[in-house]
Design a protein around this ligand. Structure first.
Ligand code: GLC
Length: 422
């Protein structure tokens, strides 16, 4: 469907600002987001490699001195978003949020390098990018795993990218909301409230953020005092895969990678230990209460992309994955529909998201060829039939959230370009 290909490119170019791209063209997200930009860069790499590199370079311009790459960069003084730069009150070269997002940059960069013949100038740009991504990964290892457990923590649900997932329900229930809170949500002006997080979620998001702002986002203090501290198996799997891809690139560009290599070995065995054989599911862990979190989230299957060296386990996970959406027309729903926390329309509590399908496809194509082709083709046809939306109902494919959504367009370009892969 070549018109969808042209449409996807138009969406990216239409959402493009100076050196970076908005997640959508409506007012919902008027800034640059971290993992959105990584996916977007991959989309550009199919028709404009310089835009792809520039997208990543702009994101990394916002890197803090300690290595953290913020989850949002506020390039202009737009205040139509909440929470905008005036309420975060931080940022290095560019006003930003004070937390991060899934580190998928290395995964995407490796693909861009493999898919393209790069000239010397592009190679030297990539060298600079790589040094910054390495610093970002070292930041995670140092500040998000200070006790050297091999697993990194997220300290705010927004850091996961799956903001209001039921995975966070228990840890969030422990957070008492600051009574003096005074803020105004702006997302409900442009989207349906039954497709967005609840007020209580926002109250808690802001309460945690205020706690961080009070200590000026000092990374040592944040880890010590955060009222939210979760080891999420999906997030750690993305980080493991990103580390594996990063050391290949560092090796290629003759940069050292010992510290990251050591972390990979430890992380791999610790992630495997998060598999609970009684329920046949991966679990995550609330470090503040030391309780396991048992939620059948599609993000638990990001373990597949991490290529764990345990074929028996990988096969088991793939079998479970095949049971995730037995009765639904469209897959993958963010939460298994028979679970009590499932909500068909509410953001990360049920709908189908293209980036989740894409990440799982990446994880499965070297393990179950036939099923991976099914995932790819179904994802392509969902987009071709319904368009480039932010998320979709797994029941009837109805579209939700923003339209002209950049990462849906970008990842579609990747999937169709790899249509004959395998
Ligand atoms: C929402 C999503 C997050 C995404 C951002 C911009 O906050 O939960 O994953 O990065 O919007 O699209």
């Amino acid at each position: 469907m070549s018109n969808r290909i042209e449409e996807a490119k138009k969406i990216l170019l239409g959402n493009r600002k100076k050196g970076y791209t908005l997640p959508t063209n409506n007012k919902l997200y008027p800034a640059q987001w971290n993992w959105d930009s990584a996916f977007i860069a991959l989309g550009y790499s199919y028709f404009n490699i310089d835009y792809a590199l520039e997208e990543i370079e702009t994101l990394l311009e916002g890197q803090w001195d300690d290595g953290m790459v913020p989850h949002i960069l506020f390039h202009d003084k737009d205040t139509s978003y909440f929470p905008n730069h005036t309420t975060w009150k931080c940022g290095k070269n560019i006003p930003s949020s004070g937390i991060t997002q899934p580190p998928v940059l290395a995964i995407v960069l490796k693909k861009i390098i493999e898919n393209n013949k790069l000239n010397a100038d592009q190679d030297s740009r990539i060298l600079k990018i790589l040094k910054k991504i390495k610093k970002f990964h070292e930041w995670f290892i140092k500040f998000r795993d200070p006790n050297k457990t091999g697993l990194v923590s997220i300290l705010h649900p927004w850091e996961s990218g799956y903001d209001n997932s039921p995975i966070w329900d228990e840890p969030m229930n422990n957070i008492s909301v600051d009574k003096e809170l005074n803020y105004q949500r702006r997302d409900l002006e442009v989207s349906n409230s039954d497709e967005r997080p609840l007020k209580i979620d926002y109250d808690r998001y802001v309460t945690i953020r205020d706690q961080f702002r009070d200590v000026n986002y000092d990374p040592y203090k944040l880890y010590e005092l955060s009222i939210f501290n979760v080891v999420d198996v999906g997030f750690n799997s993305l980080f493991l895969k990103a580390n594996k891809d990063l050391i290949e690139l560092l090796n290629k560009f003759k940069l050292n990678f010992e510290e990251i290599e050591l972390f990979i070995a430890k992380s791999e065995s610790e992630i495997i230990k998060l598999y609970n054989h009684d329920i046949d599911e991966f679990i995550s862990r609330d470090l503040n209460t030391n309780k396991d979190i048992l939620i059948p989230s599609i993000t638990n299957y990001f373990t597949l992309i991490a290529d764990l060296k345990n074929n028996k386990l990988n096969n088991k996970i793939i079998n479970n994955l095949k049971n995730h959406n037995l009765n639904e027309k469209y897959f993958f729903s963010t939460i298994k529909p028979d679970h009590e926390s499932f909500e068909e329309k509410r953001y990360w509590r049920g709908p189908v998201w293209i980036n989740c399908n894409w990440l799982i496809y990446q994880g499965i194509k070297n393990k179950d060829k036939e099923y991976s082709i099914k995932i790819k083709n179904e994802t392509i046809s969902l987009i071709e039939n319904k368009g480039f939306h932010e998320y979709y109902s797994c029941k009837d494919g109805s579209v939700m959230g923003a339209n002209n959504f950049s990462w849906s367009a970008a990842l579609y370009l990747d999937l169709v370009n790899k249509k004959n892969e395998i």
